[in-house]
Design a protein around this ligand. Structure first.
Ligand code: BG6
Length: 488
């Protein structure tokens, strides 16, 4: 068997999300989105005991009451809406063959409830896709990456309601019909499993505003079930409307190591991994697995799948699998009944063998090889790595140069492990580095948590020129693509 490496035609690119780049929140007929109310929380105001995600999400009422004083950076993003031509040219210069982006639902249906879509919103994405194709860049489009029309959140509490599934289907039908000649790769929901960690951001449901008066855990699994159904329906729609296109899922991949060789810690690891596999099993195999039943019973969480739902899930299986990977976690047995480590605040990232980013995320390239092997062994589907990346504090020198050697080392270490996984026999067909251009952070709404190969001159408060500058990593990644990773 010859040396295996990145295959010919391997898709190299970068990833983004509408709410973190577009800005122009009140232009082009776009309606308000929940993400327009995610406030900036300064580092010294963050609490360690709660996911940062949740801290940026004041209640909508509170956010509205403080609209004049709170900072809502996702309203301006990195201003892609006005810079898209320049940004796509930069991607082309780096040699991207794929650009992962998402469509803003409220640009297409401003409240979610309209019968007719907003033509100006549709036309914007036409322009973006056309610009990509001009350079031979394939758009890989996430249908929903955390931004919901505000009215869907306020009236239906996001995916708590099954009515939201129907509204989402209408939106999916509209975009797939409109763009089926321009988009070959679709992803349904970004990180569908993150609802377990941040309900409001990922599912549009506010935890203390349940329409049916559900407690937080019941509400969480209610929205999870509805989102899994909506995802399956979206896959079915893609298959019907655009049989030549491929529809994938997208899950935050948790990699867990048992804290010690104590057998119970491995039990905990299996338990933790199952909560992650739950999403892949439903989306990739089309079956609802048994292994959460005991947990549901202990927590008195009711399941709500009807026989029709089970059929939908069976039919709406993903064509390929995608995931995001940022760090690994540690599983430590906590006694019975078992609790999921992944649902506890960040204490599980403290691995003495690994370094951490400035935001306390463990840096674990080998974990990426593990993730790829775990997923390919279990599902055998072609894999697209939709996100990996590193957030760093950085600044420009007086010559507009940004020396981000740390990012180069991080990316190189991860690409090496992808290559190892390919040698292990895993079928990886593409990768999009997260935040190829600086953008607003999802969890903290900071601009200063910079991921990009391209620097955007803007601060946390929206001040700056928004000019783009190439960092050292820009040239390095360009070379990686030119050589199809052969020198990695
Ligand atoms: C992923 C999300 O969870 O992580 C992205 O899909 C996000 O939207 C990325 O930006 C990195 O997280 P953060 O909080 O550093 O922006």
């Amino acid at each position: 068997m010859g040396e295996k490496s990145f295959k010919k035609g391997f898709l190299w690119g970068g990833a983004t999300a509408a709410n973190q780049i577009e800005g122009a929140y009140n232009e082009g007929g776009r309606g308000l989105a929940n993400t327009d109310f995610l406030k900036y929380v300064a580092p010294n105001e963050r609490r360690a005991d709660e996911a940062t995600f949740e801290q940026t999400y004041a209640s909508l009422q509170e956010a509205k009451a403080h609209e004049d004083t709170y900072i809502f950076p996702k309203r301006w993003g990195n201003d892609f809406y006005h810079h898209y031509k320049e940004d796509i040219a930069l991607m082309a210069e780096m040699g991207f063959s794929v650009f992962r982006m998402s469509i803003s639902w409220s640009r297409i249906f401003p409240t979610g409830f309209e019968e007719k879509p907003n033509e100006e919103g549709l036309a914007f994405y036409d322009k973006v896709f056309d610009e990509c194709h001009k350079y031979g860049i394939e758009p890989l489009v996430t249908m929903l990456h955390y931004d919901f029309p505000l009215a869907v959140c306020e009236k239906l509490n996001g995916f708590e309601s099954r009515e939201t599934i129907a509204l989402f289907e209408k939106y999916v039908r509209t975009i797939v019909e409109r763009y089926h000649k321009k988009v070959k790769y679709w992803l349904t929901f970004n990180e569908i499993n993150m609802s377990l960690q941040s309900l409001s951001t990922c599912s549009g449901a506010m935890r203390d505003h349940s329409l049916k008066g559900l407690d937080e855990e019941q509400l969480t699994f209610e929205v999870v079930h509805n989102m899994l159904l909506a995802s399956a329906k979206a896959v079915i729609l893609v298959h019907e409307i655009a049989p030549e296109a491929l529809a994938g899922n997208m899950v935050w991949k948790h990699v867990y190591y048992p804290k010690t060789v104590r057998p119970e810690d491995t039990l905990q690891q299996i338990f933790d991994m199952n909560l992650n596999y739950y999403f892949y099993d439903i989306q990739c195999k089309g079956v609802v697995p048994y292994y959460l039943d005991r947990y549901f019973e202990q927590k008195n969480i009711k399941r709500n799948y009807s026989p029709e739902d089970i059929e939908t899930l069976k039919k709406g299986k993903a064509d390929f699998l995608s995931f995001s990977y940022y760090m690994s976690n540690i599983s430590e047995y906590q006694g019975e009944p078992m609790k999921f480590t992944g649902l506890l605040p960040d204490q599980s990232r403290n691995n003495p063998y690994l370094k951490m980013t400035d935001w306390g995320w463990s840096i674990d390239p080998v974990g990426l090889r593990i993730a790829l092997n775990q997923l390919y062994t279990r599902y055998g589907l072609p894999i697209f790595i939709a996100e990996f990346g590193i957030g760093m504090y950085e600044s420009m020198d007086s010559n507009h140069q940004i020396h981000d050697q740390g990012r180069i080392e991080f990316v190189e270490a991860h690409l090496k492990q992808i290559k190892e996984a390919i040698k292990d026999g895993v079928d990886v067909f593409g990768v999009t580095y997260w935040g190829w251009i600086d953008l607003v952070s999802s969890t903290t709404s900071e601009m200063t948590k910079r991921y990009g190969f391209v620097y955007v001159d803007a601060d946390d408060y929206g001040k700056g020129t928004y000019n783009r500058y190439k960092k050292d990593s820009f040239y390095w990644y360009k070379h990686v693509i030119e050589t199809n990773g052969s020198e990695i």
